[in-house]
Write a protein that binds this ligand. Structure first.
Ligand code: ADP
Ligand code: MG
Length: 702
């Protein structure tokens, strides 16, 4: 056998006492490759005296944990099937546990005389209490048997079947970790500066790692967890702090110095007053744009809060200073929408707006590209392809990114590669709870439009089973008679999903010939040619078309104030943010608006929660919070990840207070330090580079 290198935490786990090749292989599967990884393999929960219920005190239907000695266990014949039964005794009574499947397996797992903790819902079998398929943890280590008397806290580790088979169940991990801590804990190097440890009252890393595994007391366990959470969040924030700082130091941007007459002229030409929130945000953007440091700002505002207008005014400031501006939308339809809206506002002011999308014909595209390159186009509207496909600008001053959760570091890098350092404004209608925006957008400055234009009424929202569809359509028909316009939305998860697309087209046909035969019914989906799409949108906008059947392509950006009714089919399939976005298409004028969500049963519990939430509130932030709870932070932003490290112990939703503290420390450190390379404490620097290097380097590009 090999000898472990006693001097290194990066030694392969294979060389730890008690772990051989076989176990190491299983550990690799759960990303435990080195001694250090093992030390960071944290318990999933803990067992102590206060969690344990005596058998005599059990109550039916409670979820409880019982600790006792196995008095009997074995396979028993049943009426139809065999089962595995086990009886434990904790000195106050007897409880049985039963398994109806894999009886052979369980028969091999348990032995008479073992001390085991069982957890699960308490039921009854005859006169005895019983748990069916309980969770279990063997407590056979020295001292664990009588932990009830000693007040000891026992760590319970995550395991899986493969790990279990090689003896790495919770108990196995305890054994291995006890040994690993004894031999390696002294090698752990502090990862936080001393002044932070003192100021934040944190225990040392070594003590934290030791106590997170084998807590000497409840207080120490809490201190250990706090310390380790702090570490994770601190380094995350530090990375963001340096991203922000680097961008500011390294890139000289544009100073937009002219404070303008033309911008004023645009504002004066609007048919309404800007809201106070819009004014405030425009001021923030204006201040950023004046500075030499490139703007890097996130504009958050609920659907309908008037972001597009803020974008337009910002673009005008760029144009006024002799620079072009570009706005990028996530889909072609939205780009077209923006194009039409923006043109309407500025064409009288002598501003040349062009649209650049993939579906345009070659000659047309060539002509537009030439205009952009020659600086004849002031304002360029397109999709994200604008940047990816190497469009050449004459003088690009400002880029506005609409509705993207994250303007990727890579995208920015591709701008810089072209020698461009425009100001960047990212707009999002997804209200992001504060803690999340601090982590996901921690390197951006944030502006919030927290006020709606006057006269908006909440959209009355109802959800119904599809059995009620005929009644709803009848009701809607009456509304159309009174002059209303209607959106009917079909889910389309991917533009390429044929089944969904066909459902939308078929419904369009049957509505057009059936109940809405009298009216002008239109169809809109992503597969249509761009002239067709444009025609449908124009007809709907002008009021010639009463009913627009659409897939989710209209999700954001479409603006038809007279459209006061929306029907969403298969509403149970939509996520909360999507429902909120869609609904934002109605309620844009001053009239009462309605949204009918039609759900096809059976629906899941989560779907029901979503439909209930959206029916009860119009507040985007409330909706986002529920969404965050339902889906958890990991999935909150869908599959796209943000290039942020995975958190093992901290929870950005629950550990808000700690997050704010780490943020403050991290940003202060980044502020005071000229360069990360100057850090006195080399182990901190090493830690940062080892774990965050990739992300950091990307950040330097951006
Ligand atoms: P968002 O992009 O935030 O969803 P929009 O910019 O599309 O919102 O604005 C929604 C609607 O409100 C548009 O019809 C827009 O013209 C109008 N609007 C914007 N700002 C104001 C304002 N200050 N007063 C009245 N209406 C406004
Ligand atoms: Mg600037």
């Amino acid at each position: 056998m090999f000898d472990a290198n006693p001097n290194s935490l990066s030694t392969s786990v294979q060389f730890i006492k008690g772990i051989g090749e076989k176990r190491a292989k299983c550990l690799h599967e759960v990303d435990v490759k080195t001694v250090l990884d093992l030390l960071y393999y944290f318990p999933r929960r803990y067992l102590d005296r206060s969690h344990i219920t005596k058998i005599k005190d059990l109550k039916e239907n409670d979820v409880s944990t019982v600790v006792g000695k196995v008095q009997f266990c074995g396979i028993q014949p049943g009426r139809r099937k065999r089962r595995f039964v086990l009886v434990i005794n904790d000195g106050t009574g007897l409880m049985s546990c039963v398994w109806f499947s894999r009886v052979q397996f369980w028969d091999r797992i348990f032995e008479k005389g073992e001390t085991i903790a069982f957890g699960g819902k308490v039921g009854r079998y005859g006169r005895d209490y019983q748990m069916v398929h309980p969770e279990y943890d063997k407590l056979s280590e020295e001292g664990e048997n009588d932990f009830l008397h000693t007040g000891r806290i026992i760590p319970l580790y995550p395991s899986n079947e493969a790990l279990g088979k090689v003896g790495l169940d919770s108990r196995g991990f305890r054994r291995v970790l006890r040994g690993a801590l004894k031999n390696y804990a002294h090698l752990l190097q502090e990862t936080l500066p001393k002044y932070i440890l003192d100021r934040q009252e944190l225990i040392s890393l070594r003590k934290a790692i030791e106590n997170v595994h084998f807590p000497r007391s409840k207080n120490l366990l809490m201190a250990a967890r706090k310390r380790l959470k702090f570490d994770e969040l601190f380094y995350l924030e530090l990375m963001l702090a340096y991203r922000k700082k680097n961008y500011a130091i390294k890139r000289k941007g544009i100073e937009f110095l002219k404070v303008g007459d033309r911008t004023r002229e645009l504002i004066d030409s609007l048919p309404f007053e800007l809201t106070d929130a819009q004014k405030k945000v425009i001021r923030e953007i204006r201040d950023d744009m004046k500075k030499e440091t490139p703007m890097n700002r996130l504009l958050q505002g609920d659907v309908g809060s008037g972001k597009t207008l803020v974008a337009l005014i910002s673009m005008m400031m760029s144009i006024e200073n002799g620079y072009q501006a570009a706005i990028m939308a996530p889909t072609e339809i939205l780009a077209e929408q923006h194009y039409l809206t923006l043109k309407k506002f500025v064409s009288d002011l002598g501003i040349k707006v062009v649209l650049l999308i993939g579906s345009q014909k070659k000659p047309e595209r060539r002509e537009i590209l030439a205009m952009v390159k020659a600086g004849k186009a002031d304002l360029v509207v397109g999709t994200h392809a604008l940047i990816q496909e190497g469009v050449e600008f004459h003088k690009l001053g400002l880029v506005i990114v609409d509705e993207q959760h994250r303007f990727g570091v890579l995208q920015r890098a591709s701008l810089i590669e072209k020698g461009l350092t425009p100001d960047v404004l990212v707009m999002t209608a997804t209200p992001i709870p504060r803690t999340l925006s601090l982590t996901l957008y921690g390197d951006l400055d944030v502006s919030i439009l927290d006020e709606m234009p006057p006269g908006r009424k909440p959209v009355k929202t109802y959800w119904r089973s599809d059995k009620k569809r005929p009644e709803i359509y009848e009701y809607v028909k009456n509304k159309i008679e009174d002059g209303a316009q209607v959106y009917i939305i079909f889910p389309l998860v991917e533009e390429s999903e044929k089944v969904d697309l066909n459902a939308a087209i078929e419904s369009y046909e049957s509505l057009n010939e059936g109940i809405f035969a009298k009216y002008n019914v239109g169809l809109l989906h992503g597969r249509m040619k761009s002239e067709e799409k444009e025609r449908a949108m124009t007809d709907f906008k002008s009021g010639q078309m009463q009913v627009l059947v659409s897939t989710t392509v209209i999700e954001v950006g479409v603006d038809v104030p007279n459209a006061t009714i929306m029907i969403i089919e298969n509403a149970e399939r939509f996520g909360l943010p999507q429902l909120h976005q869609l609904r934002g298409r109605v309620g844009r004028g001053t009239q009462e608006s309605y949204c009918f969500l039609i759900a096809k049963f059976p629906i899941s519990r989560d779907a029901r929660a979503r439909l209930d939430t959206i029916s009860k509130t119009n507040d985007g932030f409330k909706i986002a919070e529920v969404d965050l709870k339902l889906r958890g932070p990991g999935e909150f932003f869908g599959t796209k990840q943000h290039g942020l490290p995975k958190l093992r112990i901290a929870d950005i939703v629950k550990d808000t207070e700690l997050l704010l503290r780490t943020r403050q420390e991290a940003f202060q450190l980044a502020q005071e330090d000229k360069q990360i390379l100057n850090w006195e404490n080399m182990s901190i620097r090493a830690h940062f580079f080892k774990n965050y290097r990739d992300k950091f380097e990307l950040a330097q590009v951006g």
